[in-house]
Design a protein around this ligand. Structure first.
Ligand SMILES: *Cc1c(COP(=O)(O)O)cnc(C)c1O
Length: 341
C-alpha cells in the first residue's frame, strides 16, 4: 500500500481528514451492523441530545508502525471497556466491546496509507466516540445514538526531545466526588477549557487539579494522570475515584514493576509531599509521558531535582520501555499489542 505524501516529522496535533470512518447507529434498542463511509460530515437534527445536553463520550488511542513494518494498536480492549463504563454513567447504550475493537481495526486498515512510517515519531491517532443523536428537549437520555471512529495522523509529541514543563496548582476543580471525573466525557473537557486558558495566560503549560472535597490531594491534569518518582526510586501515582483511569499510566505502573523491578504505589498523594519527590511526569496516549520540571502553587515553586532540561532518569527509563513495547522493540506482555496488518 502506497503511503500518502505527508511531511510526517512536521505534523502537529491537529485534525487532518483521512479517507474512511466507521459509523454504527443505535435505533429501537439495537446497533445496526455498521459500515465504513467516506463522508466526514454528520447531519443531525438541531435538537440532537448531544447538542443540547452534551450526551457524548469518547476514547483516544493510536496506531503505530513497528520496526518490522506491522501496523499495531496498544491495548484497544481497555479503551473498549472504558468506553462502556463511560457510556453507562451517561445512560447511553454500550457499543459491544468486541465490536469496538473490530471497528478500530477496520478504520485503521481502511486508512493504512495515513499510518506514519516507523521512525518518523508520528502516529495515527484514533478517535472512537458516541453521542445521542435524536431530538431531546425535555431532560432525558436520547433514544438513538451514533458510534463513530475516525483517524488522523499526528506528529511527534516532542520535537527535538521532551522538555520538562511547568504546571500550576489550579484554583478550579476538575471533578466532584461522586461526579463524572472517572469517565471520558466531553463534558469534563468543556468545563476545563476556562481553567487551561487561564493557566496558559499566566504562563503555565498545564493545571494540577486537587481533589475538590479537601483540596489537599493531587488528582490529575486536564487530560493526563500523574506519576511521581521518590528519591529512593519508588513509583507513586495518586489513587482517587475522581481521576480518569489512564491506560498509559496503568501500563507504566506495570512496566515499572515487572520490567524495571521498581516498587509501585497507588495511594493518596498530598500536595504537601510533592516537594519531596525526585521526578514527576504526566501520562496519556498523546505524549506517553511528559516530564514536569516545576510545580507552582500560588507563587511557591516546587522544582524537581531532575530539572528543566531533560526527563529525569527513571521517567526516561519508563518512557523508553513503554515506547519500546509499543514500537515492537521490546517483548510486550500478553495481549497488549493488537496487530492490525
Ligand atoms: C484520556 C485521559 C487521560 C489519559 O488516558 P490514556 O488512556 O492514558 O490516554 C488522562 N486524564 C484524562 C482526564 C483523560 O481524559
Amino acid at each position: 500500500m502506497e503511503k500518502k505524501k505527508i511531511d510526517w516529522e512536521n505534523l502537529g496535533f491537529v485534525y487532518m481528514q483521512t479517507d474512511k470512518r466507521y459509523v454504527s447507529n443505535y435505533k429501537e434498542g439495537k446497533w445496526d451492523e455498521g459500515a465504513l463511509i467516506g463522508d466526514a460530515n454528520i447531519t443531525m437534527n438541531e435538537c440532537a441530545g448531544v447538542l443540547q445536553y452534551a450526551q457524548t463520550v469518547f476514547e483516544g488511542m493510536k496506531a503505530y508502525t513497528t520496526e518490522d513494518g506491522r501496523i499495531v494498536t496498544f491495548r484497544p480492549d481497555l479503551n473498549a471497556a472504558r468506553m462502556a463504563d463511560s457510556a453507562k454513567r451517561l445512560e447511553m447504550p454500550v457499543f459491544p466491546e468486541d465490536r469496538f475493537v473490530d471497528a478500530v481495526v477496520r478504520t485503521v486498515k481502511a486508512n493504512a496509507a495515513y499510518v506514519p512510517p516507523y521512525g518518523s515519531g508520528a502516529t495515527l491517532y484514533i478517535r472512537p466516540y458516541m453521542f445521542g443523536i435524536n431530538p431531546v428537549i425535555g431532560v432525558k437520555p436520547a433514544d438513538e445514538y451514533q458510534f463513530r471512529v475516525f483517524t488522523t495522523p499526528v506528529g511527534p509529541y516532542f520535537k527535538g526531545g521532551a522538555k520538562p514543563i511547568t504546571i500550576c496548582v489550579s484554583d478550579f476543580d476538575r471533578a466532584a466526588p461522586r461526579g463524572t471525573g472517572h469517565i471520558k466525557a466531553g463534558l469534563n473537557y468543556a468545563m476545563s477549557l476556562h481553567a487551561i486558558v487561564t493557566a496558559h495566560a499566566n504562563g503555565f503549560d498545564e493545571n494540577m487539579y486537587l481533589d475538590s472535597e479537601t483540596r489537599t490531594k493531587v488528582e490529575e491534569t486536564g487530560g493526563a494522570n500523574f506519576i511521581f518518582v521518590t528519591k529512593d526510586n519508588r513509583i507513586v501515582t495518586p489513587h482517587s475515584s475522581t481521576i480518569l483511569p489512564s491506560i498509559t499510566r496503568r501500563s507504566i505502573m506495570y512496566v515499572a514493576e515487572h520490567y524495571l523491578g521498581l516498587e509501585v504505589e497507588e495511594r493518596d498523594v498530598y500536595l504537601d509531599e510533592v516537594k519531596d519527590f525526585a521526578e514527576c511526569g504526566l501520562c496519556g496516549t498523546a505524549a506517553v509521558i511528559s516530564p514536569v520540571g516545576k510545580v507552582v502553587d500560588h507563587g511557591k515553586e516546587i522544582c524537581f531535582p531532575s530539572g528543566m532540561e531533560k526527563m529525569g532518569p527513571v521517567t526516561q527509563k519508563l518512557y523508553d520501555t513503554l515506547t519500546g513495547i509499543q514500537m515492537g522493540q521490546i517483548q510486550a506482555p500478553e495481549g497488549w499489542i493488537k496487530v492490525i496488518e
